[in-house]
Design a protein. Structure first.
Length: 288
């Protein structure tokens, strides 16, 4: 199944200066965020990628054109480095299509720009290039396949660490609690789509909420609620936390690496909703 990844966002909150690499190329360990997302899909056998490029397109292209398999695979070296024998490989069986979808283009418009590459598919996968999870993708696909919906998204608990307060008459605070206790659900990406999605996309609009809003009256948008591991690398703090997990070998998203994935999450998908509430990607501050 083809995988469309949105890699063209500016990622302003991740940038140290104007010359910084695009957010998908921010490093987690020895590999960029984008690689981790792609490796997740490849773990489940989905290795045909379409990268929707924008800001920093050259950095993305250059990375894969100069890809070094030895960074994340065991190998032997002989003849002073002239003979390198890999014991395993990452991207040998990957097919990657690089498409420039514009600098100021919305996610919905980026998807429209690559329509010709997926319109003949029964269904296809799509995602932001800055979110990591260990969600059971085969189960998600199976549920979507039998749903008759045009689109599916992964719904995750709100990730904010802020607190909300209850205020009584007289402005007295009566309760302080984490936002997560409200059990609101956030759009976590990891979309599964049918080509019918293109019928609800418009130039100048976005996939979320504009395109998805048009699916709601027909109940053709479903959510798959997941309470397991999900993280968005939206800020330097987020990236630092992911780097800490990587260095301590506690990387639930690295399902392909038993040495790094020492604390797999046992949480399962909750029942599919008949119709998802209006997703608010902007609240999460994530871009593509």
């Amino acid at each position: 199944m083809k995988v469309v990844l949105f890699c063209g966002g500016l990622g302003m909150r991740m940038r140290e200066d104007a010359a910084s690499a695009p957010k998908p190329m921010a490093m987690i360990g020895d590999r960029p965020l984008l690689w981790h997302v792609m490796r997740y899909y490849a773990h489940f056998g989905h290795t045909d990628f379409i990268l929707c490029l924008g800001y920093g397109a050259v950095a993305v292209k250059d990375y894969f054109l100069r890809y070094d398999e030895t960074l994340s695979n065991d190998f032997s070296l002989a003849m002073g480095g002239r003979n390198v024998r890999l014991f395993s490989a990452d991207i040998t069986d990957w097919n990657i299509t690089f498409i420039d979808t514009g600098l100021g283009t919305s996610i919905g418009e980026r998807l429209m720009r690559v329509r010709e590459y997926v319109q003949d598919e029964t269904m296809f996968l799509a995602n932001y290039a800055d979110t990591l999870t260990d969600a059971p993708l085969p189960e998600m696909i199976e549920r979507f396949s039998g749903s008759g919906a045009a689109a599916s998204l992964l719904a995750v608990p709100v990730q904010s660490t802020h607190h909300v307060i209850d205020i009584a008459p007289g402005d007295q605070v009566t309760r302080v609690r984490p936002i997560r206790e409200l059990m609101q659900w956030e759009n976590g990406g990891y979309f599964i789509l049918r080509p019918e999605i293109f019928s609800v996309l418009r130039e100048g609009e976005d996939l979320v909420p504009h395109g998805f809003d048009r699916l709601l009256p027909e109940r053709r948008l479903i959510a798959q609620r997941y309470t397991g591991f999900w993280r968005a690398a939206d800020t330097f703090k987020d990236r630092a936390e992911l780097e800490e997990l990587y260095q301590s070998a506690r990387c639930p998203w690295m399902l392909w690496d038993a040495n790094r994935n020492r604390e797999p999450c046992s949480a399962a998908l909750e029942p599919v909703l008949a119709a998802a509430p209006r997703p608010q990607r902007a609240a999460a501050g994530l871009t593509g």
